[in-house]
Design a protein around this ligand. Structure first.
Ligand SMILES: NC(=O)c1ccc[n+]([C@@H]2O[C@H](COP(=O)([O-])OP(=O)(O)OC[C@H]3O[C@@H](n4cnc5c(N)ncnc54)[C@H](OP(=O)(O)O)[C@@H]3O)[C@@H](O)[C@H]2O)c1
Length: 229
């Protein structure tokens, strides 16, 4: 049993992780984009604590965290929230670059910074839900892939920096997963969406929990999850 803070618990992979952790009776903290979303999360997860902070505005997270109760000791920080915007480099506006970099990279870095004292106290675990696009940048995926490549760098540096404090760091690289994000990707690609072709969010959540549950003598540094047959 431990305390876990999850971003992106309102949907998809984050929601599947919140379901698994709350079913185990763990102490769960959920970060929502605003107070209204936080109230919705408390309705769905009555035993969970909530925090509000918009990942699209990372510079304000420090102020927001300073005005809310935070876990004293944190066993895991699960960065799952994310956004995607497809488009060629030639047609991607600055706003799309900034939003993806803010939500997918800068906010996870800032939240990690703010919660490091709590993570060190618990010898905790930081999980970054990355993407296959964090390993390979295909046409029209440039801005999203850039944000995920950067998140990989964040995770790799953090792992080495925090090793001495007993903090473990895992990057998870899922392939296409049947969530609201994948519906949007299909719309932007002009393709018909068939969720049965893609990974169930519960399967990615199961892989994340396997990394968390691994005994302390070992650390899963990276997990790649691909659609099965
Ligand atoms: N689905 C895929 O095929 C796939 C593949 C590889 C990697 N991933 C990665 O997996 C992670 C989870 O994605 P998903 O597929 O589960 O997506 P999803 O169903 O669209 O859920 C995304 C979550 O992120 C939250 N979020 C977005 N912008 C936010 C902001 N500004 N502030 C706070 N929260 C914000 C959303 O909050 P609201 O509920 O309030 O909107 C939502 O809970 C992402 O990092 C994504 O890049 C997904």
């Amino acid at each position: 049993m431990g305390a876990h803070l999850i971003t992106g618990a309102g949907s998809g992979i984050g929601s599947a992780v919140a379901d698994l952790l709350t079913a185990r009776g763990e102490e769960v903290w959920l970060l929502a984009r605003d107070a209204r979303r936080a109230a919705q999360l408390r309705e769905r997860y009555p035993d969970a604590r909530t925090l509000a902070g918009n990942l699209d505005d990372p510079a304000k997270l420090s102020w927001a965290f300073g005005h809310q109760a935070l876990p004293v000791e944190l066993d895991s920080l699960l960065h799952i929230a994310g956004v995607v915007e497809l488009g060629t480099i030639g047609e991607t506006p600055v706003k799309a670059w900034q939003q993806q970099l803010n939500v997918n990279t800068v906010a996870p870095a800032e939240i990690t910074r703010l919660l490091l004292p709590s993570l060190r106290l618990a010898r905790g675990h930081v999980v970054f839900v990355n993407s296959g696009a964090g390993l390979r940048a295909d046409p029209t995926w440039g801005s999203y892939a850039a944000s995920k490549f950067a998140t990989r760098a964040l995770a790799d540096a953090l792992r080495q920096e925090e090793h001495a404090h007993g903090v473990r760091v895992t990057s998870v690289y899922p392939g296409r997963t049947a969530t609201a994000m994948q519906v949007k990707v299909h719309q932007q690609e002009g393709k018909e969406y068939d969720p049965s072709k893609w990974i169930a969010p519960e399967s990615v959540a199961t892989a994340i929990l396997a990394a968390l549950d691994l005994p302390r003598d070992a650390e899963i540094t990276e997990i790649t999850v691909r659609p099965g047959q």
